[in-house]
Each structure stands twice: as structure tokens, then as C-alpha cells.
Write a protein that binds this ligand. Structure first.
Ligand SMILES: CC(C)(COP(=O)(O)OP(=O)(O)OC[C@H]1O[C@@H](n2cnc3c(N)ncnc32)[C@H](O)[C@@H]1OP(=O)(O)O)[C@@H](O)C(=O)NCCC(=O)NCCS
Length: 307
């Protein structure tokens, strides 16, 4: 089985709060399932060891749990196939053989059967340990536009930095700085001492949080009385592309206006094209890089007049 798993890629959980009963890592009553994608077969799969307390009749896994598992894998399949979230329109489940709770893992697989515009259809199968198909499901799902999908940002709160966020502030930033090979000692001034080097200098740090995790951050670092640097914008890789960075940048600009600042500037690097597109969409304008910048890797400099 391990060899098979190696050929498949784990599908990254697109839900930032991790509360889903079937797949959320933070739901203490949940099944914490992991889903894998086989690009060659275009097939999603997962395994589950049925828990005794999900018994229906005798030692048969309750049909509602089986239906839930089949529904869940269809959601993951459509996500792996289209990179969009989908909602269930209808499911037709066939119980062909009993699925026993007998300390053996069951396996569930799913493939897309058709896709037309926002409508996607899938077929999922639940196998027992002997490889016999016990239950099948045909499902129709509706793919959400990215706008609607971004409704998940309603689960996210933007809050001011507190000391308990210090480790996350550093970690979120170190992660991308190292990944893009842009880390330089100058970064540590702010990452190690945000309190004394940002907040006590009149700056602000915003944190994006869910009920259980810190998933993003952005700082306003005062340079002179009416000018500040927008810096250390980072979103956890697991939840990038879902509107969190936009929320943080928008709130930071709003905050900078409230602080009475006239101008925001930022230094960046051409490698960070997502961030640069984001800044451009808020009206930041490219300018020549000032000679006195403390960052050696900086090759992008932008400014935004805000008041
Ligand atoms: C840059 C970053 C903060 C954006 O956060 P995010 O939550 O992924 O971004 P969002 O989902 O809010 O998208 C905001 C914008 O980013 C840009 N963007 C996001 N994903 C993109 C992609 N795959 N390709 C191109 N642009 C993309 C778009 O302009 C998007 O605008 P839209 O809302 O009109 O689609 C995040 O990608 C990150 O942490 N990157 C590494 C750190 C970094 O680059 N920091 C900036 C240092 S200067």
C-alpha cells in the first residue's frame, strides 16, 4: 500500500479552518481522512478504518457514514480535477453488499464522469478489504465560482497582533523567505522583535486567524511621520489563493489611512509575482529602488499615496 501511496499525490486540504467532520485536522470528533490523487488514472482515493461506534445493524458500517464518505470523496475529486470547490446537487447511492466493521480498512475511490460548465458528475466506489465493491454513488455537483468559493474568507478574522502571535508571525514569513531564497539577516530585525521594532515605533501588525490557526500576516512599519512600509505580507501556503492575502492587504491599507499616513511603500522581488499583482491591483505604482534600502535582494519598489 505504501508503494501505491508514493505514486499518488496527497491532495492539499483547501479548507483553512480544518473543522470538516470527514477531513478536518482540527475536528476532534472527525475522521481526519487524507485524500490522494492519481494523475495518471485521474482518480481520487482514501482509506478508512471504520470505527465501532458507527455501527448500523449488527456490525455493518452505518449507511449514513458510507454515504458521507462517498459524498466527501466526490468533493475532493472535483477539487483535484478542477481546482474549484463544488457543492452537492444530488447523489444516488447503491448498497450492493454490507460493509462490515471488522478492523479492516475500507478503500474509496472516485473519478469524474462528465463536466459541462459548472456541472460536474462523478462516480465513487467503496471497497472492502477483499477488493469487492460494497457501495457505489453517482453524484452531480455544482462548481463554485472563485468569488463564491472565497466565501470561506467569512471564516477568517483579521485581528491586531498580540504576543501569542509572535511565533506564527516569524514562521509564516520565514517559510516563504526561505522557499524563494530571499531570506536575509535584515529580516530578523522585525521577525525576532516585532514588539520593539514595529509596534513600539508606532507601526501595526495584522494577523489573519481562523478559530484554530493563524494563517496570515501583514505589517505596517513606520519609516517617517507620514510614510510607512507595507511589509511581511504572508499567507500560509495551504490557504493561498483564497482571498486571505487580499483581505490582509486591504485591511492594512485601511489601517494605514486611519493612522493618518500619507504614503505606503514596499520593497519586493520579481520572483513574487503573485504579491506584485496583488499590490498593483490596489494601485501601488512601480518606482526606482531607493539606494538606501536595507534589503539586498530587493529588485521591486512600489508606492501608494493613501491620504
Ligand atoms: C502574496 C500572497 C500574500 C497572496 O496571498 P493569497 O491569499 O494567496 O492571495 P489572494 O487569494 O488574496 O489573491 C490576491 C491576489 O493575488 C494575486 N494572485 C493570487 N494567486 C495568484 C496566482 N496563482 N497567480 C497570479 N496571481 C495570483 C492576484 O492578483 C489575486 O487577485 P484576485 O483576488 O483578483 O484574484 C501569498 O501568495 C504569499 O504569502 N506569498 C508568499 C509571500 C509573499 O510573496 N509575500 C509578499 C512579499 S513582498
Amino acid at each position: 500500500m505504501d508503494a501505491i501511496k508514493k505514486m499518488k499525490k496527497e491532495i492539499k486540504n483547501p479548507f483553512p479552518d480544518g473543522n470538516c467532520f470527514f477531513c478536518g485536522i482540527n475536528n476532534k470528533f472527525g475522521l481526519k481522512l487524507k485524500f490522494y490523487w492519481d494523475e495518471e488514472k485521474k482518480e481520487a482515493s482514501t482509506e478508512y478504518l471504520p470505527a465501532k461506534h458507527f455501527t448500523g445493524q449488527g456490525n455493518i458500517l452505518h449507511g449514513a457514514i458510507q454515504m458521507g464518505l462517498l459524498d466527501e470523496i466526490m468533493g475532493w475529486t472535483s477539487y483535484a480535477f478542477t481546482e474549484k470547490m463544488a457543492v452537492t446537487s444530488d447523489i444516488n447511492v447503491k448498497f450492493l453488499k454490507p460493509t462490515y466493521i471488522n478492523r479492516e480498512k475500507i478503500r474509496i475511490t472516485c473519478q469524474v464522469t462528465s463536466k459541462e460548465g459548472p456541472k460536474i458528475k462523478m462516480y465513487a466506489k467503496l471497497f472492502n478489504i477483499e477488493g469487492a465493491v460494497c457501495t457505489t454513488a453517482e453524484g452531480s455537483y455544482h462548481l463554485l465560482s472563485s468569488e463564491k468559493y472565497r466565501g470561506i474568507t467569512s471564516l477568517i478574522k483579521i485581528v491586531p497582533f498580540e504576543n501569542i502571535h509572535a511565533a506564527a508571525f516569524k514562521q509564516l514569513n520565514l517559510e516563504w523567505l526561505e522557499a524563494y531564497e530571499l531570506f536575509e539577516p535584515a529580516d530578523l530585525k522585525y521577525l525576532d522583535n516585532p514588539l520593539s521594532n514595529i509596534l513600539e515605533q508606532g507601526g501595526k501588525i495584522l494577523m489573519a486567524i481562523t478559530d484554530n490557526a493563524v494563517i496570515g500576516t501583514c505589517a505596517i512599519i513606520i519609516e517617517k511621520s507620514n510614510t510607512a512600509e507595507l511589509a511581511k505580507l504572508a499567507v500560509s501556503p495551504d490557504v493561498q489563493g483564497k482571498g486571505v492575502g487580499r483581505m490582509l492587504a486591504k485591511e492594512s491599507i485601511k489601517e494605514a489611512r486611519k493612522m493618518g499616513l500619507k504614503k505606503l511603500f514596499l520593497v519586493s522581488n520579481k520572483k513574487l509575482n503573485r504579491a506584485i499583482q496583488l499590490y498593483e491591483s490596489f494601485g501601488f505604482k512601480h518606482m526606482p529602488i531607493p539606494k538606501d534600502t536595507i534589503y539586498k535582494t530587493a529588485d521591486v519598489y512600489m508606492e501608494l499615496q493613501i491620504n
